[in-house]
Design a protein around this ligand. Structure first.
Ligand code: C2E
Ligand code: CA
Ligand code: CA
Length: 698
């Protein structure tokens, strides 16, 4: 088959050219040709592509030498054969040096065809090589300028090449990196195991990709998406590995941030409830599988609310942060510390051999919180109450263990806080009983199960009845009578107390109204008021309503409040106290001397009565300090214009002591137990009972 060929002749003789053309055609080429005989014409013709140039050696207006120079200048690589007659040897060498490919005797063209064929082949090879070189140049430029790190290692993983991006990202220069192992920037154990997996994969000829955390030369962390591909030679042997690394630090840190936000508490940095459930599930699964116990500790700070309310949230936040720090110090690696929210924390001990282990952690925590917190130079004591429950012994699922640890924590609070308590079935039973009790207490008011007893208050001066204190009781279905200590705290907790106190106020006023009227103002009715009641907006109006409805003068009503209510008084409390005082209602300070001994507030209000707590009275004659204290209280009360009443007077010795020291009034078993109104009536009707042993008067 004819091979087409474009031949450019540099030739002054048309005839010579024809001869050559004929020879080539004869040799099987399908020719397209052009003849030029000056440099100008040549340059013009070189605009086109040519497969071969045949150049005359001697021409009147041009030379092979000049033609070669022009060709070289044009940058083209075209097989160049010189046609000549006789040529000097040194000319030949010169021209070959200048780029001529072959010489041909005009008169012996037999060599022409094989020479042309060879030159065409060689030109082809040269061109192929040039293309390959160009490709390599582009490739290496691409690698050099690549926006990702490129590393090439030998089959053993020793670095042979790193690109500039690698140097820039890692901080290591090519010189420092070459010769070292690919993993030399990797950080930790996790990376090490990933690296093993990497080599296992790529050494079998497969590609590997994954994420690695590296340390830069300056120590900063760098997350990289790494892919490694083996390079093989023609026989399929691995000669190199190409490693491409992309910086994904920003993406990773964003992901981590999202993860943190979802799983960690912002304030303390501890795991949050969401992560807790995760970890707990994992721990419980492992415990189930391996047949061991897992412990859960629920930790609640005692009186944290006080700090938060009185010192503000930022102080509270600091305290929580420090608490988190103290708690962290009590656990081991592998344990999980969680902030559940507010001042509640949870510790998961995924594997414990005995209850003792959990107990030790709890003991350590309690101890950590014995140390007061120092906030703005002041010291605050915030202790911890802890409940402990085990999986699977105390609960078969996460929800149950958590609930039971919670109950145990409440038990620890009940028992006086600042301690730990294990969950027991007892606690569960108590809880169920308590829930039933709550339910019954809610109904007690409607079902008329509450009853009022009254205890007279006597004037010590002349033994006349100065008033009565109403004390509530709860009659049980079995006929027994429960004292207030058994249900008032619960009523306060579940919010029934206001309704209860309102009922007492209404009932007591109605029951005693006639008798109060008869006494012509000489006698008062004393009622106990809870702090919640006193905080209720409009309480004063309710009192006024009830007084009017029963026709009782405000001066005959005395409301007993405790010191505590004054210490943490709210605006509503202050308002109620003022409004009640303005109305003429008497206010009495109950249980005086128990705990809060700041007297400032007593001057702030026009209180009428001070009730010395029973705990002082029963020490009369036993403890001289107490006796002195009572004297002081009486003097002070009088100084503030208040009547002083002694509570819980049981012996005549106490009565005489109190009387001798000027105490105005007294109540107690010596005079009378609290009694239902109908049993008290004889006493009330007398108005002046016998001087001694009044209780005998019934
Ligand atoms: P309190 O106001 O200090 O009431 C005096 C308590 O001492 C009464 O107990 C009374 O029975 C008892 N008592 C009186 N004389 C003696 C005595 O000579 N010796 C001894 N050992 N005890 C004596 P009670 O009735 O069990 O009431 C306990 C507390 O319950 C009261 O303490 C009061 O704080 C609260 N409370 C009673 N009724 C009500 C009420 O209607 N509303 C509210 N909010 N609290 C009430
Ligand atoms: Ca009282
Ligand atoms: Ca009292």
């Amino acid at each position: 088959m004819a091979k087409s060929l474009k031949v450019l002749f540099i030739e002054d003789s048309e005839a010579d050219m024809e001869l050559t053309v004929a020879e080539l055609t004869h040799g099987g080429f399908l020719l397209e040709s052009q003849r030029v005989e000056t440099e100008e014409e040549l340059l013009d013709a070189l605009q086109e592509g040519w497969g071969l140039i045949i150049c005359d050696y001697r021409m009147p207006r041009f030379s092979a030498e000049a033609a070669l120079a022009a060709l070289k200048h044009s940058g083209r690589d075209i097989p160049f054969i010189i046609m000549s007659g006789a040529v000097q040897a040194e000319d030949t060498v010169n021209l070959l040096k200048q780029g001529a490919h072959d010489f041909m005797d005009k008169h012996a063209l037999a060599r022409l065809i094989p020479a042309v064929e060879r030159e065409l082949r060689e030109a082809e090879v040269r061109q192929e090589r040039r293309r390959a070189e160009e490709r390599v140049r582009i490739l290496s430029r691409a690698v050099e300028q690549s926006p990702v790190s490129v590393v090439i290692t030998d089959p053993e993983g020793q670095i042979e090449y790193v690109n500039p991006r690698f140097e820039e990202l890692s901080g290591y220069s090519a010189g420092e990196a070459t010769g070292r192992n690919l993993g030399f920037t990797l950080l930790d154990q996790d990376s090490a195991s990933a690296l093993t997996e990497l080599w296992n994969t790529v050494s079998t000829g497969r590609e590997w990709s994954g994420e690695f955390c590296s340390a830069r030369r300056d120590g900063q962390l760098l997350w990289e998406q790494v892919s490694v591909s083996p390079l093989t030679d023609n026989d399929g042997h691995i000669t190199h590995y190409v490693v491409i690394k992309e910086d994904i630090t920003v993406r990773r840190s964003y992901e981590e941030q999202l993860l943190r936000q979802a799983h960690y508490d912002q304030l303390t940095g501890l795991a949050n409830r969401v992560l807790m459930i995760d970890r707990l599930n994992v721990a419980l699964e492992a415990a189930q599988r391996d047949g061991h116990q897992c412990a859960l500790l629920v930790i609640d700070l005692d009186h944290f609310k006080n700090v938060n309310d009185s010192l503000g949230h930022s102080v509270g936040d600091n305290l929580l942060k420090e608490s988190a720090g103290r708690l962290s110090g009590c656990i081991r690696g592998g344990d999980t510390l969680v902030r559940m929210g507010g001042d509640e924390f949870v510790v998961i001990l995924p594997r414990v051999e005995s209850a003792r282990e959990a107990q030790q952690v709890a003991e350590q925590i309690v101890q950590q919180f014995e140390r007061p917190f120092t906030i703005i130079g002041k010291q605050y004591r915030v202790t911890a109450s802890i409940g402990i429950a085990f999986f699977p012994d105390d609960g078969k699922n996460p929800h149950l263990v958590l609930r039971n640890a919670d109950l145990a924590m409440y038990k620890a609070k009940d028992l006086g806080r600042n301690q730990y308590h294990f969950f027991t079935e007892d606690i569960n039973r108590q809880l169920i009983e308590r829930l039933e009790l709550e339910e019954r207490l809610h109904r007690a008011l409607d079902d008329n199960e509450l009853v009022l007893f009254y205890q007279p208050i006597y004037s010590l001066e002349d033994n006349t009845v100065a008033g009565v204190e109403a004390l509530v009781r709860w009659r049980q279905p079995d006929g027994s009578i429960w004292l207030p200590n058994r249900f008032i705290p619960l009523a306060e907790e579940i919010g029934v107390i206001q309704e209860l106190d309102n009922w007492v106020l209404k009932t007591a006023l109605r029951a005693t109204a006639a008798w109060l009227a008869r006494s012509q103002g000489g006698i008062r009715l004393a009622l106990n008021i809870s702090s919640q009641q006193l905080q209720m907006p409009g309480f004063n109006e309710y009192v006024a309503e009830q007084l009017t409805a029963n026709g009782v003068s405000p001066t005959q009503l005395e409301l007993e409040i405790t010191e505590r209510m004054l210490v943490d008084d709210s605006e509503a409390t202050q308002h109620n106290i003022r409004a009640l005082c303005d109305m003429g209602v008497r206010i009495s300070i109950d249980d005086f001397g128990t705990g809060y001994s700041s007297l400032g507030y007593l001057q702030d209000y026009p209180f009428h009565t001070l009730k010395i707590d029973r705990s002082f009275v029963c020490n009369i004659g036993v403890n001289t300090n107490t006796s002195q204290l009572i004297e002081t209280i009486i003097t002070m009360g009088h100084g503030l214009g208040m009547d002083v009443v002694a509570e819980g007077v049981e012996s005549d010795m106490e009565r005489q002591f109190l009387r001798a020291h000027g105490c105005n009034q007294a109540q107690g078993y010596l005079f009378s137990h609290p009694l239902p109104l109908e049993r008290l009536r004889p006493i009330l009707n007398q108005f002046s009972p016998a001087a001694e042993g009044v209780s005998g008067a019934t």
